[in-house]
Design a binder for this molecule. Structure first.
Ligand SMILES: [Fe+2]
Length: 498
């Protein structure tokens, strides 16, 4: 599906066309490629996400309704992952509501099908132009003076961030050896107890004495928070310098300080032979600036994680509150989360989607916090009115969690976990592939968990009973393929441990 159509000329942008109608997608790609854009193509939102993760696009031109993952979910998932692409939506069943919803979610533009190809070309040019202006503005507020280290770039993992920092340092200073020490507050100022070290360069890697000496130097500098340049005449004369480091150039700079835990308190040290070109004060300032930038990014990352953990804690306290209202459902959400991840893995979903499933599993019933206790824990059948109240919980869940940006990818699965394959579910009455894929997964494992657990309105049934019920409902209540995958998993691995 995915294809590189042509190289862009100077005006061209990097575009991704996402549509499940192959003929239409082909025409769009061909037209846009003919205008000098580099165009790639995906058959649905899930495929588009994979492509975007590997090769970011500037503009995504996407259909709204597609199997597995539709356009709006794609936009939410992409922005949730920090992908900086502008979206133009193509809406075939163009209602004002859809268009408004697209723009509210942050789409740059939308076109109502059928549209003229030159209207699409104009929309793409407009969005690319606006994007350029936005980037220009962003550049204008960056500091213009002093050394201008390249930013380390977005990274979700501190290890990835530190690695990219080391790559930059190596490119800029071409050292023979380089070490990064992570102290995590573990050192005592004399270099003992440095946490982790990453060493580059053969000679340095095979020289533990040199590493220890650099770690000790680093510990002092990290504690003082300042960089240092040691010239060959200094390292030749100073006491205690290991033989292999005598007469070398050494440059070291702290990466943040060791307050606050995490991967702060790191120090990078570079070594170069005396015969190599001299390092100057300017080089040291550059290294310190790069290290400072890496430290800032690490701190930002830690702040995000703290916020995410905090958000999650608040949200999980809601889940516990829901389960406390109904003793029968105790542990239900955790089990649904576990089952959903297992099923997602079985279905070959990417790691990130499995994590989204875990969150959706935990949180799918969080909206029940708004359901009165007497309805929630009522033994026996609910009345029509009570059923109506109960049925509000998926939408309520979405409302409660809607402001937690990190949970954005899980929202469709939470909101639609009670839809049915035949369209008779709630809250939206979506059918078949219009139901978000992750919601279909949660729906199957939610049902299995509910059937095999004791509830206010029914005793626990056996694994065999649950499997029979699911098999009967595949194709009417549940997605037949997803159900088949869960049944096959149970067949192969047996029922989950209680
Ligand atoms: Fe539910």
């Amino acid at each position: 599906m995915d294809q590189a159509a042509t190289q862009p000329d100077r005006q061209g942008g990097r575009l991704l066309v996402v549509d499940d109608e192959p003929e239409l997608a082909a025409v769009l790609c061909e037209t846009l490629a003919g205008l000098g854009h580099a165009v790639r193509r995906a058959g649905d939102g899930a495929e588009a996400l994979r492509i975007l993760a590997q090769e970011p696009a500037q503009v995504v031109i996407s259909d709204l309704r597609m199997p597995r993952m539709g356009g709006m979910e794609l936009l939410e998932a992409a922005s949730g992952r920090g992908l900086d692409a502008d979206f133009i939506f193509l809406t075939g069943y163009g209602t004002v509501e859809n268009a408004v919803e697209c723009m509210r979610l942050g789409a740059a533009d939308y076109l109502l099908k059928p549209f003229k190809l030159d209207a699409l070309a104009r929309a793409v040019d407009k969005v690319l132009g606006e994007r350029e202006v936005r980037l220009e503005r962003r550049r204008a507020v960056m500091p213009a003076s002093g050394p201008a280290p390249r930013p380390a770039g977005p990274a979700e993992d501190p290890q990835v961030l530190l690695r990219s920092f080391l790559v930059q340092v190596r490119e800029l200073f071409t050292p023979q050896g380089m070490a990064l020490f992570i102290y995590n507050g573990a050192h005592n100022g004399a270099g003992n107890g440095a946490g982790r070290r990453t060493v580059h360069g053969k000679a340095l890697a095979a020289d533990p004495a040199a590493q220890d000496w650099l770690a000790a130097l680093g510990a002092r500098l990290a504690a003082e928070g300042r960089p240092k340049l040691l010239e060959p005449r200094l390292t030749a004369a100073a006491r205690g310098v290991p033989e292999s480091l005598r007469g070398t150039w050494i440059m070291a700079a702290p990466v943040g300080n060791d307050a606050g835990g995490g991967p702060g308190g790191a120090l990078t040290a570079l070594v170069r032979a005396p015969s190599g070109p001299a390092w100057t004060g300017q080089d040291l300032r550059m290294l310190a600036a790069l290290a400072g930038h890496a430290a800032q990014s690490l701190e930002g990352l830690r702040a995000c994680r703290r916020l995410r953990d905090l958000n999650m804690e608040v949200v999980l306290s809601h889940v516990r509150a829901v389960e406390a209202k109904d003793t029968y459902t105790c542990g239900h959400s955790e089990r649904v989360a576990q089952y959903a991840v297992r099923l997602g893995r079985r279905l070959g979903l990417a790691e990130a989607d499995q994590e989204t499933l875990r969150a959706a599993g935990y949180l799918h019933d969080v909206g029940k916090i708004g359901v009165p206790d007497k309805v929630l824990a009522k033994p026996g059948r609910l009345t029509e009115v009570e059923m109506g109240i109960m049925r509000r919980h998926p939408a309520l869940g979405r409302e409660i969690l809607g402001r937690v940006t990190t949970l954005a990818p899980a929202l469709p699965a939470i909101e639609h976990h009670h839809e049915r394959w035949d369209g008779r579910g709630y809250p939206a009455g979506l059918a078949q592939e219009d139901i978000p894929y992750l919601a279909r997964i949660v729906s199957v494992v939610d049902a299995y968990e509910a059937i095999t657990s004791e509830r206010a309105y029914q005793p626990a049934r056996s694994d065999a009973d649950a499997r029979r019920i699911l098999a009967r409902g595949a194709g009417s209540q549940w997605d037949p393929e997803v159900t088949a995958a869960w049944l096959a998993l149970l067949e192969a691995q047996g029922p989950p441990a209680p």
